[in-house]
Ligand binder design. Sequence first.
Ligand code: NAD
Length: 311
Amino acid sequence: SSNGHIGILGSGLIGRSWAMIFASAGYKVIIYDIVAEQVTSALEDIKKQLLTCAKDGTIRGKLPAEQQVSLIEGTHVLEKVVENAVFLQECIPERLDLKHELYRNVDVIINKQTILSSSTSTFLPSVLSKDLTCKSQFIVSHPVNPPYYVPLVEVVPAPWTDSKVLETTLSLMKTIGQSPVKLNREVPGFALNRIQYAIINECFNLVEDGVVNVEDIDKVMTDGLGMRYAFLGPLETAHLNAEGFKNYCSRYSESMFNVCKTFKPIPKITGPTADNIAEQLEKITPIDKLPDKRIWRDLSLMKLSQLKKNN
Ligand code: NAD
């Protein structure tokens, strides 16, 4: 309904980003947290961030910053955030006991029309929602950090999620300027982390075998594959690297298979190789410089997102 609001459950890093994204599209947003001071500091932080974005020209949406700020309010009363919400995005810590407890409390007050969506990075929607009366209204919308600049959202239904809930969530994500992908069914790690883990595993094995050092492995991505992947996925890259994907397969599938046969088994990311990687990484970015490096990362991603928008 046009009178309903978006409810954000948990006002930490991810909850704040979701609030800013929904407000940028003109939605009224209520953010909720069990820690009352968290709500206050979230509202202050959001205001500061939006004003800075406006000054830098990186603010999303067409509304002036002040108006976006005024669309967001806070509460520590669960009823207030749940009642009349069209969509609830849960962003509390990645702990099953905490999420289950919150959902139990939401379950008894939620409307039939409200979608309950989780930002979880690791829990399957079936595991999160199996005991809920409202389980057909439950879905996972997994964002990528920082969501304000990285638009991907993995939308993952449980086996019992209503197909209308799936379609509404996908179209809502598009409306607010995110880039949703639909998983037809739940799998551990969803799609992003399965691919990310395959990459980390191979990087780990190459360091373990002494083939390439950490700095150079990361360069393979940042100055090689990553440059393409910001614009073209691996499958379309293949399509373009030959006369279409069929031609790519006939040219390369055999040699690709032969390379892959030399892959080592899945490594446990621990032990002396993990220590060696950590040591090399700490020389590149010392632990006390990580906050600075994160600011640089977010700034770089912001510039990339501008470039992609104009592309
Ligand atoms: P966070 O620790 O920054 O914030 C969590 C917030 O939830 C805190 O403000 C805390 O006070 C509040 N909270 C705790 N229990 C609560 C409850 N019962 N009810 C209401 N609020 C409660 O965490 P985050 O990094 O924002 O992560 C939130 C979720 O998003 C997690 O499920 C995480 O897996 C997922 N996620 C995180 C990232 C990331 O990079 N941080 C990326 C994608 C998805």
